[in-house]
Design a protein around this ligand. Structure first.
Ligand SMILES: Cc1cc2nc3c(=O)[nH]c(=O)nc-3n(C[C@H](O)[C@H](O)[C@H](O)COP(=O)(O)OP(=O)(O)OC[C@H]3O[C@@H](n4cnc5c(N)ncnc54)[C@H](O)[C@@H]3O)c2cc1C
Length: 289
């Protein structure tokens, strides 16, 4: 049941990354990482219980955001949605991520919520999750034992469950640099802007003239996790982007999705709009919207 009162928990405030990783190693599943808290605190008010929340608030230098034309985009676990909106590099080189951040909730939320938190919430509705899925990002997980990389294709296991081990903390998100002909875009459909999506889509295409040589398409709110759209990707890859191909891709989406009814939309409506939204997102990416 949802309430305005948080249940009791111990707040852990590590002062360094090393201390944070030691706490996770010791406490394992008894502790939950608290970043911006815009998902976690809402979940706790709705009944999610954790004995200990480990806040990242006192850790320094974890809100970095850096772009390099060779190695791509790097951001920290405390990099906020607002920082993404303010970044000219993200706007220019990663339009899908910038557009997802731009429409995200309210200014207060954008100043607090993080991109990494959006991914690790494991929600099928995450707007930045859709964009990062299409752009092919990789999370760097750290534990007291060392570091490993988890590609976004392998991150979401089931609703709310990620590939993060309970002694791990995400310390960096990397997104590859776009090459010549890379285009991307994001769109979403909501009841009101402050609400989560009824459906969201992100597309990242590799274009050689009007021929699509590679496609990564992600759609949210149509399955238990954020998903790629392999049938639609197969239609677009190797094809010329025109009205006929887009109509075929829009049709193919039906094979990739399994939407349900919930408080934001019906499965029937999601099925009806999925193809249309995919088509419009690809058109937006290609500049033919
Ligand atoms: C009013 C409102 C409006 C919203 N609007 C939108 C919206 O428009 N679009 C959208 O996509 N979402 C929206 N959200 C959801 C939420 O704001 C986002 O998912 C946000 O990006 C979560 O980031 P955070 O830093 O607050 O995460 P937190 O709540 O701190 O954490 C979320 C989850 O990730 C884990 N986690 C976070 N960081 C790490 C880390 N470094 N290592 C390991 N685990 C970690 C936490 O343990 C938790 O399980 C909204 C929420 C609210 C309350």
């Amino acid at each position: 049941m949802s309430t305005r009162v948080l249940t009791e928990f111990d707040l852990l405030l590590p002062a360094s990354l090393e201390e944070a990783l030691d706490m996770l190693e010791r406490e394992r599943s008894a502790v939950t990482v608290l970043s911006g808290g815009t998902d976690l605190l809402v979940a706790m008010k709705a009944g999610f219980k954790t004995a200990k929340a480990m806040s990242l608030a006192h850790l320094r230098n974890l809100d970095f955001l850096a772009y390099d034309s060779g190695s791509g985009l790097r951001m920290g676990p405390r990099t906020t949605i607002a920082q993404i909106v303010d970044s000219a590099d993200v706007k220019q080189h990663y339009p899908a991520l910038w557009q997802a951040a731009k429409i995200f909730a309210t200014p207060q939320l954008r100043n607090t919520a993080t991109v990494v938190g959006n991914l690790l919430r494991g929600s099928p509705a995450g707007d930045c999750s859709a964009a990062v899925s299409a752009l092919g990002g990789t999370l760097v997980m750290a534990s007291a034992q060392g570091r490993r990389e988890v590609h976004v294709d392998n991150l979401w296991v089931s609703y709310g469950v990620t590939a993060r081990a309970d002694n791990e903390m995400a310390v960096e998100l990397r997104i590859p640099a776009p090459t010549k002909g890379t285009v991307s875009a994001f769109r979403r459909l909501t009841r009101v802007n402050e609400d989560l999506a009824k459906l969201n889509v992100a597309a990242c295409l590799q274009l050689d003239g009007s021929t699509c040589t590679g496609a990564r398409l992600a759609m949210g709110c149509v399955a238990p996790t954020m998903i790629r759209l392999p049938s639609a990707e197969a239609v677009l890859t190797g094809a010329t982007i025109n009205d006929d191909t887009l109509a075929l891709a829009a049709e193919a989406v039906q094979q990739d999705i399994s939407p349900i009814d919930d408080q934001r939309s019906t499965a029937e409506y999601r099925r009806a709009v999925a193809g249309v939204y995919l088509k419009r997102t690809v058109q937006q990416a290609c500049g033919i919207a």
